[in-house]
Design a protein around this ligand. Structure first.
Ligand SMILES: *[C@@H]1O[C@H](CO)[C@@H](O)[C@H](O)[C@H]1NC(C)=O
Length: 360
């Protein structure tokens, strides 16, 4: 019956963040997470519980803990894209040119402290990570330019943003990429707020209905975007410090039972970039001394550290790279081959941010 509840800032009321002990069982899981019991759910839960207990009891203590959450009985959490390199969109504003010298960067960046990051959302069973990550990134850049932080509408993106070349999926709940979202937003005039275009794709059964013209209550928008040079970790750190949060593509294949701490990525030989998230900062973990990237996910605040995960951050001049042999998988932009992403989960490979943020 005993469970330690991780101290999670800002998420105290949720049935979340369970670090199990060996007495924890499926019946408790079903009750806590309001699950429908089934043999397949039990089987996955028991496998994940076993993994978490074995991982957490290692000596020396691992740099991060695995836990039990709403994803523990689900085969793969929703992600919804494959990465595509290069410039896919029409409105790319050119390359990023760092202004700050690398030696002058702060040791810690966390844009939440500046009040420009909205609460973590939940994409549900829809492959709309790209919509949530891009929306959160745009929200932050609008807040940085205007001082006003809105909850904008990922549903608008899911329902409206075209994906004709099948970049990162097929569009809607079937995945896409940030560049195509920026392009769509520029052409549509901007974003509606969440209240006027609410999320209906949670269970993945519908892409929602697109609105345009007078039906679309545009609140804020952007005029362009920038893509960073692929795999330039120093630029990623500098842009994070001097520009703001960044939309990034990652391999989230092994994130489902991440609970807390600095996640160590081990799949460089067989990378599979499949998720879009937001880089919100970087720093150094006080307990372990490990450097990390701070990443906002869209799997609700019950995931990880109040909805966030910290990924190991390697020295910028010694960032490991790997191979992603399946960027197409029916989902990369039609006709693309092997990619070589760098950084934990490929975090410094495909990085972008919007420009010209405005309020309508
Ligand atoms: C959502 O849109 C995608 C891309 O057009 C399509 O493949 C998929 O079938 C749609 N899903 C639903 C539930 O309509």
């Amino acid at each position: 019956m005993k469970l330690s509840i991780a101290a999670i800032i800002g998420c105290a009321s949720l049935a979340s963040a369970l670090i199990p002990d060996s007495t924890y069982n499926y019946e408790e899981y079903v009750e806590t997470f309001k699950k429908k019991a089934s043999s397949s759910s039990r089987q996955l839960f028991e496998m994940r519980l076993g993994e978490a207990l074995a991982h957490n009891s290692q000596e020396p203590k691992p740099s991060y803990l695995k836990g039990i959450n709403e994803f523990s009985d689900i085969e793969t959490p929703p992600m919804g894209r494959k990465v595509t390199p290069g410039l896919k969109g029409k409105n790319n504003a050119g390359s990023y040119k760092p202004q700050m010298a690398f030696e002058d960067l702060p040791t810690t960046v966390d844009w939440r402290d500046a009040g420009v990051v909205s609460p973590v959302k939940n994409q549900g069973g829809c492959g709309s990570c790209y919509a949530f990550a891009t929306t959160a990134t745009v929200e932050s850049h609008i807040a940085l330019s205007t001082g006003l932080l809105f909850d904008l509408s990922p549903q608008q993106v899911v329902a409206c943003a075209p994906n004709d070349d099948h970049c990162g999926g097929f569009g809607g709940c079937m995945g896409s990429i940030p560049e195509l979202v920026y392009d769509y937003l520029i052409e549509a005039g901007g974003y509606a707020e969440e209240w006027s275009f609410p999320y209906v794709s949670y269970d993945g059964q519908t892409n929602g209905t697109c609105k345009s013209g007078d039906d679309l209550l545009v609140k804020a928008g952007i005029t362009g975007y920038v893509k960073l040079e692929p795999n330039n970790a120093q630029d990623v750190m500098t842009a994070l410090a001097e520009i703001g949060p960044l939309a990034v593509n990652v391999d989230a294949s092994n994130w489902h039972n991440y609970e807390s701490g600095v996640f160590i990525y081990e799949s460089y030989d067989d990378m599979d970039l499949n998720h879009v998230v937001v880089l919100v900062g970087y720093g150094t973990d006080e307990d372990t001394g490990l450097d990390y990237w701070l990443v906002r996910n869209s799997w609700s605040p019950t995931f990880g550290e109040a909805g966030y995960i910290r990924l190991l951050r390697d020295p910028v001049d010694d960032t490991p790279c790997g191979v992603d042999n399946s960027p197409q998988d029916g989902t990369g932009c039609d006709g693309e081959g092997t990619q070589y992403p760098c950084g934990s989960c490929g975090v410094v490979f495909d990085v972008s941010y919007p420009t010209g943020a405005f309020i309508a």
